[in-house]
Design a protein around this ligand. Structure first.
Ligand code: E4P
Length: 218
């Protein structure tokens, strides 16, 4: 399963990329607004693309397909690794179809149902982003949606990649992998939680203490 970092924070991206832990980045307007300050977002996207090798999702910010297509072309021109993110609306799917025909990859976002995911695949999406955390927030079963989309895409051989989004904790990531999701996009805090285990820390502490008792360096 590919792991994307769900952030526009370049310092966080650099740390994870240098550790060799991530395959790409997803952003959204909220994440960009959090870090952009008075920078042009296009410069921020360029810097992110120069920091990580892999797809970088950058979202359109209009409601009609013609403007989305224009924005999508501008975003795609920033760097070869840009994937245009479009919302799961009629206009978003029209834009997805048009941009895909031009060879621009599209990540269809804000997916909350299997029927939406089916239509995104029909529109030629490279990625579908089901928001599992936001479904859990309203007492739904976010991971059930991943299971349903996996089955639908496998039934018909759609090659749209399932990109599990709105990930809130480590079990979301593990379950996504068990269900055969293609990718999960993870906030930095959750990425680092994935590698923590108290028994690892206790075990390491013990090994180092015992080694010290030998009194020799390697
Ligand atoms: C990623 O593509 C989404 O924009 C993101 O995962 C949303 O996460 P949130 O529900 O924590 O805002």
């Amino acid at each position: 399963m590919k792991i994307f970092l769900d952030t526009a924070d370049v310092a966080e991206i650099r740390r994870a990329a240098e550790a060799g832990l991530i395959d790409g980045i997803t952003t959204n307007p909220t994440l960009v607004a959090r870090v952009a300050g008075d920078r042009d977002p296009k410069d921020l996207y360029r810097e992110i693309c120069d920091t990580v090798h892999g797809p970088v999702s950058a979202e359109v910010v209009s409601l009609d397909s013609d403007t989305m297509i224009r924005e999508g072309r501008k975003l795609a021109a920033i760097h070869d690794n840009i994937v245009v993110k479009a919302p799961l609306t009629e206009h978003g799917l029209r834009a997805c179809r048009a941009l895909t025909r031009e060879g621009i990859r599209v990540n269809v976002t804000l997916c909350f149902s299997p029927s939406q995911a089916l239509l995104a695949a029909k529109a030629g999406a490279s990625y579908i982003s089901p928001f599992v955390g936001r479904i859990d927030d309203v007492s739904g079963e976010g991971m059930q949606l991943i299971h349903q989309i996996r089955q639908i895409y496998d039934n018909y051989g759609f090659d749209t990649e399932i990109l599990v989004a709105s990930v809130r904790h480590a079990p979301h990531v593990v379950e996504a992998a068990l269900l055969g999701a293609d990718c999960a996009t993870i906030p930095p805090k959750v990425l680092w939680q994935l590698l923590k285990h108290p028994l690892t820390d206790i075990g390491l502490d013990r090994f180092l203490k015992d080694w010290k008792s030998i009194g020799k360096d390697l």
